[in-house]
Design a binder for this molecule. Structure first.
Ligand SMILES: O=c1ccn([C@@H]2O[C@H](COP(=O)(O)O)[C@@H](O)[C@H]2O)c(=O)[nH]1
Length: 297
């Protein structure tokens, strides 16, 4: 009998403990492709993604391919993404497919299978989800994640400047009173983690996000799952912006995984430069004492 695979939070915590918390985004933007000597086509994004994985495997815990930048090249781009994910899997790198999916429950089942089923060529360790159709509509993905030991990151407070118009709106829930939409997303993920006993539901909280300076203003103390923090580097957030907002006392669960794409990728394609940049960032992030996630997993 095979032992059940550990949940997302546990596997992330182990990898983060080994390599550091940094997640490197694999975002093959046209300008970066040119810099790396590739055409802006399916073959170019495949070479870019696979070279990034080869350079970073064994040096960072997790990579986050940006699905849109593969999808833009049609079926060839999606085939390229399958190969990038396969290389990462084979190399022992954890993967977050940044697909931001979300739909009515019956369609959500298909999205869940695409990104989280063991048999799918696009299977990742986690997928990003949009809760705009209601967090409850994401249940098929949470169920499949619980069954496969994979996980989800639900958008709570994103890093873009347009986000507060929706995510900071106040909403009423019986028994909870008024709270921000973003807090409602965090609380729903906390309930999913508590009810399954697995750290499978993470949230996305942008490094640039917040109502007061760079403070995100969310209560993450009962989350019981990981936090993906994009926005480091090219969007203006620095490691220091994360200190205090994502420490062990602020996050119940974890690990906290700050993510940077363009800033790291801009030093490529030289593998040593990519590794050195990631290692330096990991060193700085480690020193901040971010929440580390489940212990003893
Ligand atoms: O709130 C969010 C959610 C996702 N992202 C994604 O992360 C990367 C950021 O890239 P950088 O080059 O490090 O700015 C990109 O794929 C976004 O779609 C985000 O930025 N903010």
């Amino acid at each position: 009998m095979t032992a059940p695979r550990a949940g997302l939070g546990e596997r992330l915590a182990l990898a983060v403990g080994k390599y550091g918390p940094l997640c490197v985004g694999i975002d093959p933007h046209p300008g970066l492709l040119a810099r790396w000597g590739h055409e802006d086509d399916a073959a170019g994004v495949e070479r870019f993604g696979r070279d990034a994985v080869a350079a970073l495997a064994g040096h960072v815990a997790v990579v986050k391919p940006q699905v849109a930048l593969f999808e833009v090249h049609g079926s060839g781009g999606m085939r390229a993404l399958e190969r990038v994910l396969a290389d990462a899997r084979d190399a022992g790198l954890l993967t977050i497919a940044d697909a931001k999916r979300g739909d009515i429950g019956s369609t959500m089942t298909a999205y869940a299978k695409a990104w989280l089923a063991d048999s799918s060529p696009l299977a990742a360790d986690a997928v990003t989800l949009s809760p705009y159709l209601g967090v409850g509509s994401l249940t098929p993905a949470l169920d499949l994640a619980a069954a496969t030991g994979r996980g989800v990151f639900v958008l709570a407070r994103t890093s873009n400047p347009e986000a507060p118009s929706v995510q900071s709106a106040q909403t009423w829930t019986t028994g909870r009173g008024m709270r921000e939409v973003a807090q409602g997303v965090v609380d729903a993920c906390a309930e999913a983690n508590a009810s399954t006993g697995r750290a499978l539901a993470g949230v996305v909280v942008g490094a640039t996000a917040g109502t007061t300076g760079r403070e995100h203003g969310l209560d993450l103390t009962r989350l019981g799952g990981p936090v993906l923090v994009p926005g480091l580097g090219a969007q203006g957030a620095t490691p220091d912006d994360l200190a205090g907002a994502f420490g062990a006392g602020q996050v119940g669960g974890g690990p906290v995984v700050p993510s940077s794409s363009r800033e790291v990728l801009a030093v490529g394609p030289d593998p040593a430069a990519l590794r050195d940049t990631a290692a330096a960032l990991n060193g700085t992030l480690r020193d901040l004492g971010l929440a580390a996630g489940p212990v003893g997993a």
